[in-house]
Every structure is written in structure tokens, then in C-alpha cells.
Design a protein around this ligand. Structure first.
Ligand SMILES: [Zn+2]
Length: 302
């Protein structure tokens, strides 16, 4: 009996060592989920380097090498990754691509503040779909379940480990979701001015009005006329905070906040984090938790 157990343990260990799947993710939230669910059972690469503004990413030779070896490319969708289809077909890895945007609930973007950026062709603005679906905790829960299922299909030997990791992570996400729900049900001024239109899913779920400085892409510069309209908006709508984000210039937000005499603060769309944050284990949930505190202040919630 002991001998049999030993043999099956050895067999299991052997299979485990061989079953490391090579997973590549594009944007940070996908990486964070894959890291939590896959742990050391997968070899994980995030294509978009830490610390850069995710919308502006374009793969280089090193990324092509990573992609050519991957067993699974988890993509956020064509809107954030306009470069994807061409590269995937040139590397002939079509059957390894998993498009997460086809598995979550998508909403359309409001067109306001958007006509300014028609020249930004490389961000695929033809569609009205808002690509930032991960700022919804409901979608993030869905994404976690989908990635768990995906890993189990690709690597059934480690099914129990993926399932256990996933359940642990889902509990944390769901606890944060309850915190959001209870914290945001009694706010006096549900209006936010953010750097770019990245919080539409959050706004939709919590009945918040989102205004943005630069439309759908973080680095677009609004005209002087738009800036002056935004200053009036802050004053008229009694907005107490102008939000900027880590990986884009805060200059316009500073100008507006100064002119309207209100606070300036960061609100992070979780599109990326810095390398140091990732090493420290700071991730999507911590970003969302920090965001919540700032939102509570900005929207005057109890
Ligand atoms: Zn964005």
C-alpha cells in the first residue's frame, strides 16, 4: 500500500513538472489573474512591460520571440491591442489566442469629450465599445472564472490546484465587491472627472457620471476651449477632486484643479502597475481598494 502511494506520488510529481504551460497575457489585470490562479504551475509572461502606459504599447522583436513560444495568449481584445491580429497571423498562432472580451459583459462608451481625438487612428476608435471592462469587479470575477477554466482545459493534471487558487482569489474579490457596494450606496455627489474614459464600467454599475479630460486615450491633449469648459464643469457640478493617473502626464489635471481650486489625486484604471509594485505583491485588488477610498471622498459618500 505504501509502495503504491509512493509510486503514484512520484508519477504525479513527474507529470506536474512536465505540465508547466507557457502563458502570455497582454494587460496587467489578465496577468494578475493568471499569476494568482496559475502560481508556479504556469510559466507566465506579461507582454506589456510594467510601468508604461498600456494604450501606447507596440510589440518589439523580444515580444515576438515570447509569442512564438507561447501555449496560450490571453488577449484583452482588439480595442486595447490593435497590433494583435497581424502579429498572430504572421506567427501562425491563431489557435493559441484567447480573446477575453468575448467572455465578459461589454458596454458602449459615451461619446462626450471624444470627438477631439479622431486623429488617434492607432487606437481603433471606430467602435463604440468601451475596452476597460476589468474596472468592473463583476467582470473581474467573470475573468477569473474564465481563466481558471482555461487553465484546467489546457492542463487538467493540475486541476485541483487551479481550482483551489481560484476559489481563494475569488473570495478576496467578492469581499472587495461587498465593500464597494456598501461604501457607495449613500454618496451625495456621484460625479467624477478622470484623466481618460477608463471608468465607464464602474460608472455604469454604481450610477456615477464620468467626465474625462482626454477621452479614450490617456495621452490625448484637450484644446484650451475644452480645458476651460472642464474648469467650469468642476465649479458648476461641485466636483471636489480632479483625478489623474500614474502613467500619463498630470499637467492638464493640475491646470484644471488649480483654476477651480480643488484637490488633485490619482485614480488608477489598473491598466498597468510599476515593476516595484508587482514585486511587492501590490496588485489589482490593492489598486481597486485605494481607488475606493478616493472615490468615497470625491463623491462625498458616508
Ligand atoms: Zn485606457
Amino acid at each position: 500500500m505504501i509502495k503504491k502511494t509512493l509510486i503514484s506520488t512520484l508519477l504525479l510529481l513527474g507529470t506536474n513538472a512536465l505540465s508547466n504551460i507557457n502563458v502570455t497575457t497582454t494587460i496587467y489585470p489578465l496577468y494578475n489573474i493568471a499569476k494568482e490562479v496559475g502560481t508556479d504551475k504556469i510559466k507566465l509572461n506579461n507582454l506589456i512591460p510594467f510601468g508604461i502606459e498600456a494604450h501606447g504599447f507596440d510589440p518589439i522583436a523580444k515580444d515576438m520571440a515570447i509569442l512564438s513560444k507561447t501555449d496560450l495568449l490571453i488577449s484583452s481584445g482588439d480595442l486595447m491591442e490593435p497590433w494583435k491580429n497581424k502579429i498572430v497571423s504572421s506567427l501562425k498562432i491563431e489557435n493559441k489566442v484567447f480573446d477575453m472580451s468575448k467572455h465578459v459583459k461589454l458596454i458602449e462608451i459615451e461619446e462626450k469629450n471624444h470627438n477631439e481625438h479622431d486623429h488617434e487612428k492607432d487606437h481603433n476608435h471606430n467602435s463604440n465599445i468601451d475596452p476597460h471592462y476589468w474596472v468592473s469587479l463583476n467582470n473581474y470575477i467573470l475573468m477569473t472564472k474564465v481563466i481558471t477554466q482555461l487553465f484546467i482545459e489546457k492542463d487538467p493534471v493540475n486541476k485541483d490546484i487551479y481550482k483551489e487558487n481560484s476559489d481563494k482569489y475569488l473570495q478576496k474579490i467578492e469581499a472587495l465587491k461587498i465593500k464597494y457596494d456598501t461604501s457607495l450606496n449613500s454618496c451625495k455627489n456621484k460625479k467624477i472627472l478622470v484623466n481618460h474614459n477608463a471608468f465607464g464600467y464602474f460608472a455604469d454599475e454604481y450610477d456615477v457620471k464620468q467626465y474625462s479630460i482626454s477621452g479614450l486615450t490617456p495621452e490625448s491633449k484637450p484644446s484650451a476651449k475644452v480645458v476651460s469648459e472642464l474648469i467650469d464643469l468642476v465649479k458648476n457640478e461641485k466636483i471636489n477632486t480632479v483625478f489623474f493617473e500614474e502613467f500619463a502626464s498630470p499637467k492638464v489635471a493640475q491646470t484644471i484643479a488649480k483654476a477651480a481650486n480643488v484637490k488633485i489625486d490619482t485614480l488608477r484604471p489598473a491598466e498597468n502597475i510599476s515593476k516595484i509594485e508587482n514585486e511587492k505583491g501590490y496588485g489589482y485588488l490593492e489598486i481597486m481598494e485605494d481607488n475606493l477610498e478616493k472615490l468615497k471622498f470625491a463623491m462625498d459618500c458616508k
